[in-house]
Ligand binder design. Structure first.
Ligand SMILES: Nc1nc2c(ncn2[C@@H]2O[C@@H]3COP(=O)(O)O[C@H]4[C@@H](O)[C@H](n5cnc6c(=O)[nH]c(N)nc65)O[C@@H]4COP(=O)(O)O[C@H]3[C@H]2O)c(=O)[nH]1
Length: 805
């Protein structure tokens, strides 16, 4: 019962379509039935009327002659019987017989208000002559026909109504069961269909037959489910996209680089946290502004506009702009940043905006400037070094050529420096050099240059001179400033200098010759006696007698076996264990005593003698390394210095390989030390030779790192294994904060390029702690051992229990 009522309820409330259908079916079927029934009734009615008409005709044909005979015979009885016979016929209710001439016989009765139909015919006597006897009018009552019709209408209406109703119910049930309820299910499904409710597919409550699978409901269901699947895919894709967008946004927000996103018109739309940290500008303050307008104060307006114009043009043409920009923070502080500007393109490749990535490179810049300073200036005196001095000299010569002026070049050497250094100590020597630099500088104009070439040698460049005399005046002034005593270690010391002068273009028109001539003149001045100066004269071209003598002695020295290798251990910084040794040449000259490499290697370079000397060093070093293997039972590597001239010798690679071959030393235990200046001199050849050596397995190291150009980029392009930090940095790591941070930066940078680092010139234990802390791989210096002769080194090896296992 309950079930029935719910069904009814559902039928009533849930299926308006069924109701409407029912109503329409009823209406149409009723109308149809009514029309059909009306037609039927009308035809029945017509048939009944026809039947009555026929019956009247039958009366005429059947009774006309007999009635006429009875009337002729005046047989009233028969006439009556015959009329009664007619009256007994169905529907005939009234007969009127009009007898000629004026009598009438009436039988039967017409019910009041009855619907009737009448038929009259003549009664004729058929004798010799035709004689009309009378006329009979037969009246039939149509009430039966009408009541019959009424009954039929009633029956038809009732039966048709029920039939229609039942058929409608059946149709509706069929429709409800097979269609409407499924439509309701679909409607409900569609009503509850939402993005959060996509798991359940639409399922109709009906058997899964092949027929059902093909009908329209199945098609609509499939369409629904396909829509659901597509939506599911869309939602999943959207979620994936949203997750990615979230991830990217986070990455951009937390990026270590500053990020600005601009629209097509270069108006800032987004700035990340790093940008705010870096510049001090809040994102909301700069939204809508042009990126060039933020730090406009960093340069003048025109320069800034020009910069951003060229950025815009290059980004449009090339697709990227990158460069270093000197920007200004909100608080006015300047900083260097590396900017990369790229367009953000849509799927059609159209730029929809621009991405500006920025990185604070102030520290790197500072290091680079520091390195540049180190490369160009003498650390002790702060004067330009040899390299910068040569650049300035070349510039001065170029200018003099243009202006037709003279350039004076002076070579200075402190007369008794070596003696003071040896007797009063390095600090006193250093102080003397600083004071001498100051005194020389004080004698010069702003356009002149005074440089320290190394040791106690200075160079003075006097550009834009109009006459040679000016050089003499400057030389005299310098000699005069040297007259007062120097206070070294609280002692008054008198130091003099010797000055050699050469003038462009009188003495030479190229810088190299000018320097040589000034050098020769200086030797001449020294010969003249201390505290004097000398001008170059062509007779001096034979150069100093000393140098010539030195050269011929050096040539003999190889044959006489006067060269000797000293060795200095290179140890692992953290353990102190021996890793390898650097071979350092010494010249045991019978006439000059022990000559240090700084004194003869440059001359050997100039004369080309370095090639046979270098070959000897390589052979010796490799053989010694094999000997140490025997002594220690472990592999000890050897480092050999290679000078530029050696390196450029076409046979250099062969010489190295021959040394390895003849000694039996594996290539990996030989390391060649190359100065960075050499690398920068001749790029293509250098690259090829380095590649060749690297392919042979020989280790390569950059020597004296920090004293050359220190252009970090070349380290990436060449196959170096090791970087040796110059001793000038290491020695002051504990005293100079700048040097400490520079060494730290070099170590980090080298490691990031996959290079090992050796710190040279380690003299104190505290320096080793610093280097350990900074992760420096290897160390070398007096703290571990000075360079020692072969026997001493072997002894050191035997006693040094920390040799690498
Ligand atoms: N103040 C100080 N100095 C330390 C310390 N530890 C090592 N040294 C010195 O630093 C120099 C290191 O060699 P280098 O930079 O390659 O510089 C070398 C190298 O460029 C060149 N040289 C030496 N032997 C050869 C060689 O066989 N061939 C070539 N081409 N050049 C050589 O001569 C330069 C000078 O050599 P050395 O006079 O032996 O000077 C050596 C060494 O004695 C320390 O703790 N404090």
């Amino acid at each position: 019962m309950q079930k029935l009522s719910t069904r009814l309820q559902r039928f009533r409330t849930g299926s308006p379509l069924s109701f409407r259908l029912l109503a329409w079916i009823l209406l149409f079927s009723s109308a149809f039935t009514l029309i059909a029934s009306a037609i039927q009734l009308y035809s029945d009615y017509s048939k009944d009327l026809l039947r009555i008409d026929n019956r009247m005709l039958v009366v005429e044909t059947g009774y006309a002659s007999s009635l006429a005979r009875s009337l002729w015979a005046l047989d009233q009885k028969l006439l009556q019987t015959q009329m009664e016979g007619i009256l007994s016929l169905p529907d005939i209710v009234h007969l009127r017989l009009r007898i000629e001439p004026d009598s009438e016989l009436v039988m039967g009765e017409v019910p009041p208000e009855a619907q009737t139909t009448s038929h009259s015919f003549d009664l004729i006597h058929q004798g010799d002559e035709m004689f009309k006897l009378g006329e009979l009018t037969v009246t039939a009552d149509l009430d039966r026909v009408y009541s019959e019709m009424e009954r039929k209408v009633g029956v038809i209406l009732v039966t048709q109504f029920f039939k229609t109703f039942l058929v409608s119910i059946l149709i509706i049930w069929i429709f409800q069961y097979f269609v409407a309820r499924h439509l309701s299910t679909m409607a409900n499904y569609a009503r509850h269909f939402s993005l959060s409710n996509l798991a359940e597919p639409l399922k109709l409550d009906r058997p899964d037959t092949p027929l059902n699978r093909r009908d329209e409901l199945a098609q609509v269901t499939d369409a629904f489910n396909q829509m659901r699947d597509r939506l599911n895919e869309d939602v999943a894709r959207q979620e994936r996209d949203a997750a990615q967008i979230r991830k990217f946004s986070k990455a951009i927000e937390q990026s270590p680089s500053s990020v600005l996103i601009c629209d097509r018109q270069w108006r800032i739309e987004f700035a990340n946290q790093k940008f705010t940290q870096l510049t001090g500008h809040d994102a909301q303050d700069i939204i809508g502004k042009h990126p060039g307008a933020i730090s406009e104060t960093s340069m003048d307006h025109r320069e800034n506009r020009h910069l951003w114009q060229s950025i815009r043009l290059q980004v449009q043409r090339v697709g990227v702009w990158q460069g270093e920009v000197n920007s200004v923070r909100r608080n006015g502080e300047r900083f260097w940043e590396q900017l990369i500007v790229t367009p953000i393109k849509d799927s059609k490749g159209e730029a929809t905006g621009y991405l500006i990535l920025g990185e604070d490179i102030s520290i790197r810049k500072r290091y680079e400037q520091q390195l540049l300073r180190q490369a160009n200036y003498d650390i002790l005196t702060g004067l330009p070094n040899r390299m910068l001095a040569l650049d300035r000299l070349k510039l001065a010569l170029a200018q003099a050529r243009r202006e037709n002026s003279l350039v004076g070049v002076m070579f200075l050497d402190l007369d008794n420096f070596k003696h003071i250094n040896d007797t009063m100590g390095h600090d006193a020597g250093d102080n003397l050099l600083i004071e001498a630099a100051r005194r020389i500088s004080s004698c010069l104009r702003g356009t002149s240059t005074v440089a320290r070439l190394g040791g106690d040698e200075f160079l003075v460049i006097l550009p834009g001179l109009t006459g040679g005399d000016a050089t003499s005046q400057v030389a005299e002034r310098i000699l005069k400033t040297f007259e007062p005593a120097y206070l070294l270690n609280n002692q008054e010391v008198f130091v003099t200098t010797s000055i050699g002068i050469a003038v462009f273009p009188t003495d030479s028109d190229n810088s190299g010759n000018l320097l040589q001539h000034a050098d020769a003149a200086m030797y001449q001045a020294k010969h003249k006696g201390k505290s004097s100066y000398a001008h170059f004269v062509p007779e001096m071209t034979e150069v100093s007698h000393d140098r010539l003598q030195m050269e011929s002695r050096m040539r003999r020295a190889l044959d006489q076996n006067e060269f000797e290798l000293y060795f200095q251990p290179i140890v692992q910084t953290d353990t102190g264990a021996l890793s390898s040794a650097e071979a350092l040449i010494r010249w045991n000259s019978p006439s000059m005593g022990m000559v240090m490499p700084d004194r003869f290697i440059p001359l050997a370079e100039e004369t080309g003698l370095i090639i046979p000397i270098g070959e000897w060093v390589l052979q010796e070093a490799c053989h010694k390394a094999m000997k140490w293997r025997e002594i220690t039972g472990t592999n000890v590597g050897v480092s050999v210095n290679v000078s530029p001239r050696q390196f450029r010798d076409p046979n250099f690679s062969d010489i190295v390989l021959k040394a390895l071959e003849s000694s039996g030393l594996e290539a990996e235990y030989l390391e060649l030390e190359i100065t960075e200046r050499l690398i920068l001199d001749n790029t293509i050849e250098t690259a090829e030779i380095l590649k060749h050596l690297d392919q042979a397995g020989i280790r390569l190291s950059v020597d004296d790192f920090g004293t050359g150009y220190s252009a970090l980029s070349y380290l990436k392009s060449y196959p170096f294994d090791t970087l040796k930090i110059d001793k000038s940095f290491v020695q002051d790591v504990l005293k100079e904060q700048d040097d400490a941070s520079l060494v730290r930066a070099i170590i980090n940078m080298a490691h990031s390029l996959g290079l090992r680092v050796i710190a040279e010139g380690v003299e104190e234990e505290a320096q080793t702690h610093f280097l350990q802390h900074e992760g420096c791989d290897y160390s070398q210096g007096y703290f571990y051992s000075r360079p020692v002769p072969e026997e001493a080194f072997e002894k050191w090896l035997r006693t040094n229990h920390r040799a690498k296992a």
